[in-house]
Design a protein around this ligand. Structure first.
Ligand SMILES: [Zn+2]
Length: 436
């Protein structure tokens, strides 16, 4: 395939000066009728994706076949562009024949499927040409009804956050009740400091969620509220303690213990996973083929999805609470660098156990949350060098001792300091921020 078939993408939306992008996500409480409509919209997005992917492949193969018969280049079947407008144009020509039911769903549903395809093709092409960083991206696969995530995005039409603070209105779906109050967003919208760009509805962890993508005017935070005597803190993450924050002089400012509901949820996860292993799932290990799962497996699978979501939600909640506290109280935050991609590539590190992966997942999320909240609060986030031995250095005298992972206390053989392991690491990290 030649470069010319890859369509030129229009410039993406740029955030105006003095504004920032912010997403508000609400769990929806749709009526049974709305659930059916939501499922229909997600199915429509999947259909449009698969249909257009099939078309793109057919055109590609047709051209290849014609070339093999020595047909001159200018007489070949015209190439199909991969840009959203090019794909959408073909979809609009074909929908009446191939999807005569298309009026049942908002046109935005098909558009989100085609947009996803356009992005997937672009990423694949860029990855193949070497102009895209990161792991290699394969050619797009067809989306599955059972396995692919269900989601649909609305960019035009009636997207409204109702003034009663408990409803969101979406095209074709009408007013959908939300579990949580939309108060914070409504406040911004009422005062004219925010504008909703799009709404994405997805089914995740047994719930329908709506993410509203907005641009919000940046407000200067009053700096006086932030000063609490500890401008610089280091943050160490662990498993027993989710995180420990300390100042360079060794004062502990925040300690978040591993949340107890998390352990209970993890136990339930363990039980369900063992149960799933005993039931007939989507893969038949005897005949080495996929098969239709049993109803008991399907039910168990649903419970498992919910249990995973609960674990994720508890951890996310604790992390949000901690990062909000940190970014609103301190001026400089130092965290350790983490090679997430490298960890998964290294099989040995991967096998170090469930606890390890739990800690790692939190570490990645913490860094993401801290970096955007730091920007929001106009503070500095510093990331320590990947090879900085924060757990090995003595915060008393600076000597270096290697400590086994099970040892919870740091004992220095030179100055005799005995200090909590995580606190010691946090102090060492905080000093990096102080020195710079
Ligand atoms: Zn020492």
């Amino acid at each position: 395939m030649t470069q010319t078939t890859a369509g030129v993408r229009m410039a993406r939306f740029t955030v105006p000066d003095g504004c920032r992008m912010q997403a508000y996500r609400f769990a929806l409480d749709p009526t049974p009728r709305q659930i059916r409509a939501l499922e229909s919209h997600c199915g429509a997005a999947r259909f449009a994706f698969n249909h257009m992917l099939e078309f793109v492949i057919a055109v590609r193969d047709q051209r290849a076949a014609e070339r093999s018969y020595d047909i001159p280049e200018d007489e070949l079947t015209p190439a199909q562009g991969w840009s959203l407008p090019a794909l959408r144009k073909v979809w609009n020509q074909r929908k009446e024949v191939h999807a005569p039911w298309w009026r049942e769903n908002s046109k935005e549903a098909y558009n989100s499927g085609i947009d996803a395809l356009s992005r997937a093709l672009e990423s694949w092409w860029k990855s193949k040409c070497g102009s895209r960083a990161g792991a290699a991206i394969g050619f797009p696969n067809y989306k599955s009804k059972h396995r692919s995530p269900q989601s649909v995005r609305f960019t035009t039409g009636t997207i409204r956050v109702e003034g009663d603070r408990h409803h969101i209105t979406l095209p074709m779906l009408g007013r959908i009740h939300t579990y949580e109050s939309t108060r914070k967003l409504v406040h911004h919208l009422d005062s004219g400091t925010a504008r909703v760009l799009s709404a994405t509805v997805q089914f995740e962890g047994g719930r329908w969620l709506c993410s509203l993508h907005t641009i919000v005017e940046v407000q200067e935070q009053p700096t006086t509220t932030r000063r609490n005597g500890h401008p610089v803190v280091g943050v160490d993450l662990g498993i027993k303690n989710l995180l420990v924050a300390a100042t360079p002089d060794g004062t502990e400012v925040l300690r978040v213990a591993a949340p107890k509901p998390l352990n209970a949820a993890l136990r339930r996860l363990h039980t369900l996973q063992r149960r799933a292993a005993r039931r007939r799932g989507r893969w038949d290990p005897v005949n080495k083929s996929s098969c239709r799962p049993s109803r008991r497996w399907t039910r168990n699978h649903r419970q498992l999805t919910k249990a995973h979501a609960r674990v994720r939600n508890i951890r996310r909640h604790e992390l949000h609470r901690a990062t909000s506290t940190l970014t609103s109280k301190h001026d400089v935050i130092v965290i350790e660098d983490l090679n997430v991609a490298g960890m998964f590539r290294n099989r040995k590190a991967c096998l170090k156990g469930f606890n390890r992966s739990v800690g790692d997942a939190a570490l990645g999320a913490l860094r993401t949350q801290l970096s955007y909240k730091a920007e929001r609060h106009h503070i500095t986030l510093r990331i320590a060098d990947r090879w900085f031995p924060s757990t090995q250095i003595c915060s008393g005298c600076g000597a270096r001792t290697k400590l086994p992972l099970k040892e919870r206390e740091y004992r220095c053989g030179i100055c005799g300091l005995v200090i909590d392991r995580d606190l010691n690491a946090a102090v060492n990290l905080a000093r990096l921020g102080d020195a710079a």
